[in-house]
Design a protein around this ligand. Structure first.
Ligand code: ATP
Length: 380
């Protein structure tokens, strides 16, 4: 488990047409009877990526991971690792290892025996097993707990035992099914960084299944958003959040306000969108794929909207007027629901930069919502 020499994550190999994908999933479909759990998935993952499959319950992400591990056979399609077709190979002949949600560590074995288990089963020499177990313990910082049993460890430490056990087999690809689901929120956040650090040091390709969007955003080089067995969008966390390509992705990742409208006028730098729900025109940046007369969704994230009681005078920004229906204080920020004259409710979030402010916006206040056209997402 030598540290990798190249940090692929910095290179964004998916943007380089000369780079070859390390893992290629080609037209993979999995049917259970009449039901299609994975629907014609095509995916290219590059060496050293920490790639997340993200989606709601039942979207097919675990089935896809199980196909890669060899625990399910695809109904159609195939997949390759490093140019070699893996589809027909049994799980133990694939250069992949899977870490399960339950960790599946043996309760009666010590930490070091748990880590050694798979290596012994593969027939490695005693000396080689010893070296790899020591390496693994050091990597996950559990050397001082080598003799402990799993019940003498915290949830996070158990998770690290499972990770070490999977890594000491030197897989080319590590598959992780909801690896942090059993941890509480604080520990999960801490462990996310440990996981990233280990992956970064080793440069092994990680494919992580999660339903937790914050986790996917924190961990990933890229994310594939899945829904009903299909991939809806593939991109970096920034791509997915700032440039969602569909209403599904826009709504699934974070919160977003969507105003339905019709493009009324196209100018040199912008388009004007007529919108019933705002009872005023909205301005969006010029985009060559948008045409006058077209129906579009004008979408804006709550944190991109500025909220104030004073009427702003910047005519280049979009401005809406409304009344505060309710608000929630979440500590670092407050979330407001503002009702427009049309009845449409707009969600706005504002950071709480000061502990106390007598000017803080509250229930029934009349407020102005403004945002820069450049921050708008257009949904077709
Ligand atoms: P979760 O986050 O809830 O685990 P998931 O996205 O991982 O969801 P999968 O486990 O991949 O979902 O399941 C996708 C769909 O396929 C689900 O509707 C599930 O009921 C169905 N499914 C999975 N395995 C089988 C099976 N062996 N037989 C029949 N249907 C199955």
């Amino acid at each position: 488990m030598k540290p990798s020499e190249e940090k692929y994550i910095d290179k964004q190999p998916w943007l380089d047409k000369h780079e070859k994908p390390f893992l290629e999933i080609r037209g993979v479909t999995k049917k259970f009877g009449d039901f299609t759990a994975v629907d014609n998935v095509n995916l290219e993952i590059y060496k050293g990526e920490l790639f997340c499959l993200l989606g709601g319950s039942g979207c097919g992400k675990s089935t896809l991971l199980r196909i890669l591990a060899g625990f399910e056979t695809p109904t159609e399609g195939n997949f390759l690792i490093d140019g070699v077709d893996m589809t027909e190979l049994p799980p133990y002949e694939r250069p992949v290892n899977m870490m399960f949600q339950s960790y599946a560590i043996f309760p009666h074995m010590s930490v070091e025996k748990n880590i050694a288990y798979g290596l012994k089963r593969d027939g490695l020499s005693k000396a080689e097993v010893k070296i790899r177990v020591e390496e693994g313990l050091e990597l996950v910082q559990l050397s001082q707990f080598a003799k402990r049993k799993p019940h003498q460890l915290s949830g996070g430490q158990q998770q690290r035992v499972a990770l070490a056990r999977a890594l000491v087999k030197y897989p080319k690809v590590l598959l992780l099914d909801e690896p942090l689901a059993a941890l509480d929120k604080k520990l999960r956040e801490k462990t996310q960084f440990e996981l990233m650090d280990i992956q970064y040091k080793l440069g092994i390709t990680f494919i992580v299944v999660t339903h937790d969007q914050e986790e996917a955003m924190t961990l990933s080089s890229r994310i594939a958003v899945m829904d009903q067995g299909k991939i809806r969008q593939i991109g970096t966390p920034t791509d997915i959040y700032e440039y969602p390509q569909s209403r599904f992705t826009a709504n699934f990742i974070g919160s977003i306000n969507i105003f339905e409208g019709v493009v009324k006028e196209s100018r040199s730098e912008s388009h004007v969108v007529q919108c019933e729900e705002t009872r005023c025109d909205l301005i969006i940046d010029r985009d060559s794929s948008i045409h006058t007369g077209e129906s579009i969704g004008v979408a804006i994230r709550p944190e991109k909207i500025h909220l104030s009681r004073e009427e702003p005078d910047n005519k280049d920004f979009n401005t809406l007027k409304g009344k505060v229906l309710d608000f929630g204080y979440i500590g670092n920020l407050s979330v407001y629901n503002v009702k427009l004259d049309s009845g449409k409710t707009v969600k706005v979030s504002s950071p709480n930069q000061n502990r106390y402010s007598k000017h803080r916006v509250t229930w029934d206040d009349i407020v102005y919502l403004t945002w820069e056209p450049a921050n708008t997402v257009v949904l077709l």
